[in-house]
Design a protein around this ligand. Structure first.
Ligand code: ZN
Length: 106
């Protein structure tokens, strides 16, 4: 039997799941539709901590290396558990002069 519980805010509003910006990451959180207060469920906070731990690996500096006539960047092996496996297509877009966004292609 599925029991659905409503999460009620101090203002009397009802929390609903919504994507929010947390430290530059888009993550699911519970947001009060009355006062916009944000909170995380235990499951949501576990996901956020996992994301933050993975991000610490991303923060490590890497050097561009030369491979034949191309250039490359090696990625930490732990990223494989997040879908960054050899052969997986990726695409990048330019965000600003020094910043590029690299993402997995579904
Ligand atoms: Zn509220």
């Amino acid at each position: 039997m599925v029991v659905s519980r409503k999460l009620i805010c101090e203002c009397g509003g009802v929390y609903k799941e919504k994507k929010v910006d947390f430290e530059g990451f888009e993550v699911p959180a519970m947001v009060c539709f009355g006062c916009d207060n944000e909170t995380f469920t235990i499951a949501q906070s576990k996901k956020v901590f996992q994301l933050m731990n993975t991000h610490k690996l991303f923060e490590r500096r890497r050097k561009i290396i030369k491979v034949g006539s191309s250039i490359a960047i090696t990625l930490p092996k732990v990223l494989q558990q997040h879908g960054w496996k050899p052969g997986t297509p990726v695409q990048w877009t330019r965000v600003s002069n020094k910043k590029w966004n690299l993402e997995l292609v579904d």
